[in-house]
Design a binder for this molecule. Structure first.
Ligand SMILES: NC(=O)c1ccc[n+]([C@@H]2O[C@H](COP(=O)([O-])OP(=O)(O)OC[C@H]3O[C@@H](n4cnc5c(N)ncnc54)[C@H](O)[C@@H]3O)[C@@H](O)[C@H]2O)c1
Ligand SMILES: O=C(O)C(=O)C[C@]1(C(=O)O)C=C[C@@H](O)C=C1
Length: 293
């Protein structure tokens, strides 16, 4: 890959920081500038070697960039696209790491002067941690990164973005933004909502004298790890993928209702069938796709 001369990472948190560290590890980036809101986080990013320098000034930062990565909560896209729109050098490529793709593309089309050079992407890898301190170079190794070009995307920009994500260690797959949002609603967005809801359901039962959390162990911890994720980030993802998520909530409710009916009817066979089918599906998924997870 021809090295990236100047990468500007807007949002120097878990994902932006990890992209920077992975590209530095691969030796394919000369300079990384971090842009963000919190001085403390940006200073820490520089101290940790995640970025070479930083600024709060989006316009100034992008004016010398050949690649810009947006790795901020979805709700921040419009204002950041507006801040960079008049300052992107000719030939500069813009990509992102956001968890929903149709809204990202719609914002770029509405605001950027050359939206065909915005190539949306989503690395399907992360943790429940936030901020530059949580970033690590190995995050994307062997994990999928979905790239969602449009029919009028610039071919050279698309090639450059695919190459960049490959250099982070990701396996790149191309699909439409709408397919992406539908799939991710089921296997990422719904599980987060379910985890938030379960923790709240338990938490609301706690009283001065009775605390169910005292008895929670590995099962509860594993199911709810992702409820420790950033509330701001998940508010934005939920709203940006609202329709697909509402559809997945309905499908989940059908499953829960089925189990409820089986319990009400003391239907041991139905319970066994439902649990068996889920175990088989999950075991197959892990055997086929679980390596490195
Ligand atoms: N955490 C995950 O597991 C994961 C995985 C894949 C993709 N994503 C997506 O990547 C993006 C970043 O997530 P993250 O986990 O790195 O979050 P993070 O909280 O670790 O980092 C986000 C950074 O963006 C900064 N920021 C927020 N608003 C800003 C603004 N208006 N201008 C400049 N900076 C701003 C924050 O200060 C923070 O440093 C999100 O869109 C998220 O949906 C997250
Ligand atoms: O492992 C986690 O903590 C994650 O939540 C990562 C996870 C997910 O698997 O749902 C979360 C959001 C992303 O957009 C991609 C990946």
């Amino acid at each position: 890959m021809n090295p990236i001369q100047h990468l500007v990472v807007i949002g120097t948190g878990l994902i932006g920081g990890s992209v920077s560290l992975a590209l530095k590890r691969a030796g394919v980036v000369h300079r990384v500038t971090g842009v963000g809101r919190s001085r403390e986080n940006l200073e820490l990013a520089q101290q940790l070697g995640v970025v070479d320098d930083w600024t709060h000034d989006v316009a100034r930062a992008v004016s010398s960039a050949d690649m810009v990565l947006l790795s901020v909560p979805m709700n921040a896209y419009e204002s950041l696209f507006a801040a960079m729109a008049d300052h992107l050098p000719v030939g500069c490529v813009v990509t992102d790491a956001g968890s929903t793709k149709q809204t990202a593309i719609a914002a770029a089309k509405q605001i950027l002067p050359n939206p065909e050079r915005f190539i949306a992407a989503h690395p399907i890898a992360g943790t429940e941690q936030s901020g530059a301190a949580a970033a690590f170079a190995e995050l994307f190794d062997q994990r999928l990164c979905i790239v969602t070009p449009e029919s009028d995307s610039d071919a050279a920009a698309l090639a450059r973005v695919k190459e960049m994500w490959q250099q982070t260690g990701s396996r790149v797959e191309v699909m439409s933004a709408s397919d992406h949002d539908e799939f991710l609603a089921s296997v990422s967005h719904l599980p987060h909502l379910a985890a938030f809801a379960l923790v709240n359901a338990v938490s609301k039962q706690a009283t001065e004298t009775q605390d169910p959390f005292r008895f929670a162990a590995g099962g509860f911890r594993d199911f709810t790890r992702i409820a420790s994720s950033s509330p701001e980030m998940w508010r934005d993802i939920a709203l940006c993928n609202r329709d697909a998520l509402l559809h997945q909530i309905e499908l989940f409710q059908v499953e829960l209702n089925g189990l409820r009916e089986a319990l009400l009817a003391d239907d041991d066979e139905r319970l066994l069938n439902e649990f068996g089918a889920a175990k088989e599906a999950r075991d197959n998924w892990l055997a086929k796709h679980g390596e490195g997870l």
